[in-house]
Design a protein around this ligand. Structure first.
Ligand SMILES: [Zn+2]
Ligand SMILES: [Zn+2]
Length: 410
């Protein structure tokens, strides 16, 4: 491996190339070549999903001048890979049309971060490691791709197979978006009504004013107090904080889960699990019929069909059950999503709850991709996303033994 991991400049370059590919994709080109096969497929599904909804979606990502806007890269690693989260502030314009014309337009600053997966220095992955061909998407092995893809005959060197982008996050800067604060309105009303009937009239009475007058004056006084409180919360950024804290209440349960599952699978990584859960969401939300996927063992809720685009903000574990080597875990994904409903598009927070199951017989297969698995009986590689049996030897490939599958959505 010739990659120099110190080279922040190298990561920035990959990031820059990726955002360029992202722009080309939205303009009608192919999905980013740097993205792993699962993400590329989900993007194609997403575009089909927009078409089926009768919409045209366009997104332009532009850089913002000024070096201070670079978000520092965070890294985590396992036996084989180093994963970097690299991001920066971008100026994004999203425009959506239906048959009647433009129905949505937003321009603003947003953080665009990607997970870049690189092979560790001095790590040579096994030659029989299953990998998707970056050119035609066909499932193959590392050795096959180096010697020429069996389907399209493209030859690859390691530097073309890695690094790869394994997830992507977009977080809009919270602007003066009043709608986000509206969920707190009932709380403020309750406080104001409470004040109007208790503290406020009492305050007037204690100053020796007549009872009837105190009661009446308590109402506008409470209203003013409420508005001042609202203003203070707004100025201190309390609303933004409340939104930013989404999901953090589940941290302890998530850590317990991680601790327990690591006893069974020392290679378990919260980040891979998070990326997989998000990919499963994308598959189910954007596909015409999620029933075709081997990883989907339940029905998709109707409301998911309204999601045009979603980015993960946080996730947390609600509950989990480990029974022998069978693990079942219920999680909540906190998403920032573009929702299409009754001819209108809105950007808002969306909570998604799903239960995932996996049978842990061996440690996580690092670099696993459902788009290229290797058959345990004959070692042939194939795409297990929709196929339940190995096309070479016919033996059933039981995905739940190798990866997480969705068993329930609430
Ligand atoms: Zn190929
Ligand atoms: Zn086989």
């Amino acid at each position: 491996m010739k990659f120099d991991f110190d080279a922040d400049a190298g990561l920035k370059k990959i990031y820059g190339t990726y955002t360029g590919q992202l722009n080309q994709w939205v303009e009608g080109g192919e999905p980013p070549k740097l993205a792993m096969q699962e993400i590329r497929c989900a993007m194609e599904q997403q575009r089909e999903h927009w078409k089926r909804s009768g919409l045209q979606v366009h997104q332009k990502i532009k850089g913002i001048k000024g070096a201070s806007r670079e978000v520092p890269a965070v890294s985590y690693q396992d036996r084989m890979f180093v994963n970097h989260i690299v991001g920066s502030e971008k100026m994004i314009t999203t425009t959506i049309w239906d048959s009647g014309g433009e129905i949505y337009r937003w321009t603003g600053e947003a953080g665009l971060s990607v997970v870049i997966q690189e092979l560790k220095k001095n790590t040579q992955p096994p030659q029989d490691m299953a990998l998707s061909c970056p050119h035609c998407g066909a499932p193959a092995t590392l050795a096959q791709l180096e010697n020429g893809c069996p389907f399209c005959d493209t030859h690859f060197v390691m530097e073309e197979l890695y690094p790869k982008v394994t997830n992507q996050f977009t977080t809009r800067k919270h602007s003066q978006d009043v709608k986000q604060d509206l969920w707190l309105l009932p709380l403020f009303l309750a406080v104001m009504i409470g004040l109007a009937f208790t503290v406020m009239p009492e305050a007037f009475r204690s100053r020796g004013l007549p009872d009837a007058y105190s009661r009446v004056m308590g109402v506008p006084a409470s209203l003013i107090a409420g508005l001042i409180l609202w203003g203070v919360c707004k100025a201190l950024g309390i609303f933004k904080m409340a939104k930013d804290l989404r999901g953090s209440g589940k941290l302890i349960r998530s850590l317990q889960f991680r601790h327990q599952i690591k006893k069974l699978d020392p290679e378990f990584s919260t980040e891979y699990f998070r990326d997989r859960a998000m990919n499963l969401f994308r598959m189910m939300a954007y596909s015409e019929d999620p029933g075709v996927y081997t990883a989907c063992e339940c029905r998709r809720p109707d409301s998911w069909e309204n999601v045009l685009d979603a980015s993960l903000y946080n996730f947390g574990v609600d509950k989990y059950r480990i029974n022998g080597n069978e693990c079942s875990v219920s999680i909540t994904l906190y998403l920032d999503a573009l929702i299409y409903k009754q001819g209108k598009v809105k950007y808002k927070g969306k909570k998604v709850r799903m239960t995932l199951r996996k049978i842990i017989t061996e440690p996580t297969n690092l670099g696993f991709s459902v788009k290229a698995v290797s058959c345990p009986s004959c070692a042939g590689s194939f795409d297990a996303e929709k196929v339940k049996c190995c096309p070479y030897c016919g033996k059933e490939y039981d995905l739940v033994q190798h990866d997480w599958v969705v068993t329930e959505i609430r």
